[in-house]
Design a protein around this ligand. Sequence first.
Ligand code: GDP
Ligand code: MG
Length: 441
Amino acid sequence: TLSDKLDSVFKKLRGHGRLTEQHIKETMREIRLVLLEADVNFRVVKSFIAKVSERAASQEILKSLTPAQQVIKVVREELSRLMGEGEDNTLNLSVKPPVPIMLCGLQGAGKTTTCGKLALKLRREKRNPMLVPADVYRPAAIAQLKTLGRQLDVEVFDSQAGQDPVDICDQALRYAELNGFDTIILDTAGRLHVDTELMGELQRIVNKVQPQEILFVADAMTGQDAVTVAASFDEQLPLTGVILTKLDGDARGGAALSIREVTGKPIKLVGMGEKLDALEQFYPDRMAQRILGMGDVLSLIEKAQDAVNADDAAAMEQQLRKDGFTLETFLEQMQMVKKMGSMDSLLKMIPGAGKALKKAQGAQLPENEMKKIEAIIRSMTPRERLNHKILNGSRRLRIAKGSGTRVQDVNQLLKRFVEAQKMMKKMQKMGPKGLKGMFGQ
Ligand code: GDP
Ligand code: MG
């Protein structure tokens, strides 16, 4: 991945006590190769390298006590800037409702799924959205959106296959106005390639309903292709932003960088999985950090806070303060982890902690394994749950019997718990952001 490669470039850099201009030249050459390989557009790479080299070669950096770190810092800063650091990338919805939001992009980019995710996000923000199927060419597309609507309990505008998409959007807007929906999300058609007929249709929708946000949905996995497509959509439609999907896969970070630079439009949201709550705010600096392999602890904490209901979190924190990390907290924590959804994408964000956490919390445990653990802990007395150290042989046997498991299972669980406990201690050392942040404020 891009991160791994940049990592090794930086390792070399760190090896040098004193940096010379020659070192910097060599490093920049390597960074250039890494970025090109990661699908970053060559023009973007060129201007990026020029900027970083200029800053890195300054006397101030060469003479500083930690030149390698300084260079890394410059790379990170320029990378963030390239991804839109400092500009407003929030959805701009504060206009007279109903506010139309239009999603467009190629087939398979993730438009329909993202429409659903967006509806959920907006509803969590106390808005009242309606979904509008404007992809009339494939009956399956309407059905897909209707299914999402049912799942989310969000109304889907009733459109028929074969109806003119421009009419659908126009009627939906009026329907929303009459029925108190403050936002309508337009799921438009896509094609396998950019084509003029589709663009014409999208332009007519834009002219008719004047969407407040016109968001280009790009599949991050498609790399350089996504950049070309983005440029062409941007030329023909007044895009207001970009949604990057499938960033949970092993997408090469390059697409994010290039799309932002080529269109000049902010990346507003990112799709981090197939689940409907896997839509996140895009943070340029965190993305830069992540690309540089420094881990994205902030996003992780935010996600944890989101998934965990505030009351749960408060209760848990209070208990943690009172009793420390006990088997009871362990069980609750595992249940929260389960709620958080795709653990893999989460774990990738913690530098180094991924493996340990996974092992300790059993994030990858299948459902029946989770049930077993729950049964074991439920079979313990409150005192045992508070202090696992009193669990001698006979107690373990009793618990195994009570929970319908074997003593080995109880032993294994306790081992896992001890590991998790160690992990928690480490997190506590990370300061207030560590432990407290993990469980809400
Ligand atoms: P559309 O043709 O643009 O409407 O694309 P769809 O919404 O039908 O999505 C195409 C496929 O991509 C579906 O299988 C989705 O589940 C999947 N998908 C969409 N967004 C994401 C994402 O953020 N992560 C992952 N892993 N899959 C996604
Ligand atoms: Mg679709």
